[in-house]
Write a protein that binds this ligand. Structure first.
Ligand code: NDP
Ligand code: OAA
Length: 441
């Protein structure tokens, strides 16, 4: 019997699988390997009873138990529906408690890179088992099954559960991380206000769902554009989740800025630190070369061509995504996935002494005089506990302040456009110029 058929038959039966069945484990090393990788913790919400006898010189014969499914809906995928006693395996005894990671737009291009990084252990570490809860839509559900199949076939030891669905109220259940990637791309002729409205509705609904069913300390990273205002909408619709927990992804912009500075200075990019992106993930964003450092020195001391910094460098970073789309014919999915990994790692590992990272965060209480009640990219530092604090020791000059005011004005205008989605009355959209996402030219 083929492996796929076997795994399918498992999900359909609650009959314990005994070693008296055709000697799969002895005839097929792949299958015993498959078993080993299929062990998973017992989800909190399920009452499966597990028994498992393991003799040291025998191949293990785990007893699969079908997940309880009170609503009769599919909630797990294929091999990931098998339930085993995680403690039965020596290797897993040192593992941490399983965490739930929900990902929207899971059949999209960014997710296609990101999910495999998450499942490999590269993000949360080699002792951290994970459950992936993938959100798609009717349009993408088949593609999502394809994604789940590839995850099955990758045999990631740490990937203990995969479920797919189209209802955020199910997919976000108990989420400890929510990576919100899915959003409608801006099409030809579409006004930014139109995009704000269409995507804003997605994020309003997802905010409500997170509020209702996610862990109350869920960390939310909004990637789908326009990500700052989408993050604000999501946050406003999730009043039970701390506002601090919402991030808009500007890490890709930070990484792009570091790369350009390294290139100009003739150093490897690990020599560039303290890189802030201020403001919106749009062409008004401000890559801050005043506070950034190269080999520990202020950038302006290393790169003497200040005109280049003010003009070429700034515009290059702002429009990098668009140039890439022109070359590639699609947006920067791989480097965006890498930057999501960087953004998560920055929150779960202590920030190196003296350094910081950029993230779009809620501005209430900020020390810089930036308007309150928007999501604005700011320098942050973390102790590695999932939380962060704003960096205070930054300096400003007229150039930087002027640019920050411009991106701030854009975000305030975006906020007025979505007042109907944040519970702040009637929207009034007066975006003065139709600014672009970094990916648009
Ligand atoms: N912040 C950042 O740095 C960056 C952000 N981005 C943004 O990330 C988002 C995802 O990018 P990417 O993965 O490349 O895009 P894809 O087009 O590959 O995937 C986007 C997903 O969004 C979902 N979606 C939700 N609503 C709609 C809709 N109305 N019409 C079409 N699709 C919809 C679709 O999934 P489903 O049908 O399952 O809902 C689709 O799979 C985009 O908004 C992009 O602009 C991209 C790069 C950098
Ligand atoms: O506009 C897009 O979809 C791509 C984008 O955000 C970027 O490359 O920074």
């Amino acid at each position: 019997m083929a492996l796929a058929e076997l795994s399918a038959s498992y999900t359909k039966t609650t009959t314990p699988f005994h070693s008296s069945q055709p000697s799969l484990s002895s005839t097929s090393p792949r299958f015993s390997d498959h078993f080993r990788r299929s062990f998973r913790s017992i989800p909190r919400s399920r009452n499966a009873t597990i028994s498992c006898s393991v003799a040291s010189d025998q191949v293990q014969t785990p007893i699969p138990v079908q997940a309880e499914n009170p609503k009769g809906k599919t909630e797990c995928y294929g091999v990931f529906c098998l339930t085993y006693d995680l403690q039965a395996e020596e290797e897993t005894k040192s593992w941490k408690k399983l965490i739930n990671i929900s990902v929207s737009g899971a059949a999209g291009m960014i997710s296609n890179h990101l999910l495999f990084k998450l499942a490999s252990g590269e993000v949360f570490g080699p002792n951290q088992p994970i459950a992936l809860k993938l959100l798609g839509s009717e349009r993408s559900i088949q593609a999502l099954e394809g994604v789940a199949m590839e995850l099955e076939d990758s045999l990631f030891p740490l990937l203990r559960e995969v479920s797919i669905g189209i209802n955020p109220y199910e997919v976000f259940q108990d989420a400890e991380w929510a990576l919100l990637i899915g959003a409608k791309p801006r099409g030809p002729g579409m006004e930014r206000a139109g995009l704000l409205d269409i995507n804003g509705q997605i994020f309003a609904e997802q905010g409500k769902a997170l509020n209702a069913v996610a862990s109350h300390n869920v960390k939310v990273i909004v990637v789908g554009n326009p990500c700052n205002t989408n993050a604000l909408i999501c946050m406003k619709n999730a009043p039970n989740i701390p506002a601090k927990n919402f991030h808009a992804l500007t890490r890709l912009d930070e990484n792009r800025a570091k790369c350009q500075l390294a290139l100009k200075a003739g150093v490897f990019y690990d020599q560039v630190s303290n890189m802030t992106i201020w403001g919106n993930h749009s062409t008004t964003q401000v890559p801050d070369f005043l506070n950034a450092r190269i080999k520990g020195l202020p950038v302006k001391e290393v790169i003497k061509d200040h005109k280049w910094l003010e003009e070429e460098f700034t515009e290059k970073v702002q429009k990098r995504g668009g140039v890439l789309i022109q070359k590639w014919g699609r947006s920067s999915a791989a480097s965006t996935a890498v930057s999501i990994v960087d953004a998560i790692k920055s929150l779960i590992t202590p920030t190196p002494e003296g350094d910081w990272f950029s993230s779009g965060v809620y501005t209430n209480g900020n020390p810089y005089g930036i308007a309150e009640d928007i999501v604005f990219s700011i320098p942050c530092r973390s102790k590695g506990d999932g939380d962060y604090e704003l960096v205070k020791e930054v300096i400003f000059d007229d150039y930087l302040l002027k640019r920050i005011r411009k991106t701030e004005a854009e975000l305030l205008a975006e906020k007025r456009c979505v007042a109907h989605l944040t519970g702040e009355g009637v929207a009034f959209c007066d975006l003065t110029e139709d600014t672009m996402l970094p990916g648009e030219m």
